[in-house]
Design a protein. Structure first.
Length: 206
């Protein structure tokens, strides 16, 4: 992937913070080993560790991982980590009970998304769950320098892809789709109304 420098610059700004909702995850998981793919500075990894999950966070941005480990250490939490590309994971087959994949797939190009899903499936145990959150194609942030259909490169160098319902269903075709929800909400910026569009999914490895 070619996004590493861009993501390190993004995390220098420390703009990716939490807390974020774990409601969907907690609906299906009570204990176990969790891989947080694209963990950033730990906005999900650290809350999961604080709930007693054996949690590993991976990211291509080493600066974000260092910040996550510093925060976890300050809170007395044990978190494993790796600077890793989600298309080539450094873990054995069937290593995790669940995979957290919030806000990560949307930053990959189409071939990378396919490889990422294949790798995440490989390290997930049979019967394990994958949790996904991505931008939808009607989101106000969609647009710009289009590098692939529905994928845009921002000035920062970071890729953003905006999913359709059918596309996300197709990407998860090797899983049992347990739950897929679509959320559209309005926000007002400088007097103008815009739409936020998101998908969240829970999928089970058969």
């Amino acid at each position: 992937m070619h996004h590493i420098l861009a993501w390190n610059r993004e995390h220098e700004r420390n703009c990716w913070k939490g807390p974020y909702s774990l409601r969907l995850f907690e609906k299906y998981m009570r204990k176990g080993t969790v891989l947080d793919a694209g963990c950033g500075s730990g906005r999900y990894t650290i809350p999961l560790a604080s709930r007693g999950f054996n949690t590993t966070g991976i990211d291509v941005a080493t600066k974000a991982i260092r910040r996550m480990l510093d925060t976890a250490g300050a809170r007395g939490l044990q978190v494993d980590s790796a600077a890793a590309d989600v298309t080539r994971l450094p873990f054995r087959d069937s290593s995790f009970d669940a995979v957290m994949c919030y806000g990560m797939l949307q930053h990959l190009l189409v071939d990378e998304r396919k490889m990422a899903i294949s790798e995440l499936s490989r390290v997930l145990k049979k019967g394990g769950y994958m949790f996904i959150e991505v931008f939808g194609e009607e989101d106000m942030r969609s647009g710009g320098d289009e590098v692939e259909k529905g994928s845009y490169r921002r000035k920062s160098g970071v890729i953003y892809h905006y999913f359709s319902w059918d596309e996300l269903n197709w990407l998860l075709g090797g899983f049992e789709l347990v739950e897929l929800t679509e959320r559209k909400s309005n926000c007002v910026f400088r007097g103008v109304r815009y739409m936020r569009h998101m998908f969240r999914a829970a999928a089970r490895k058969p």
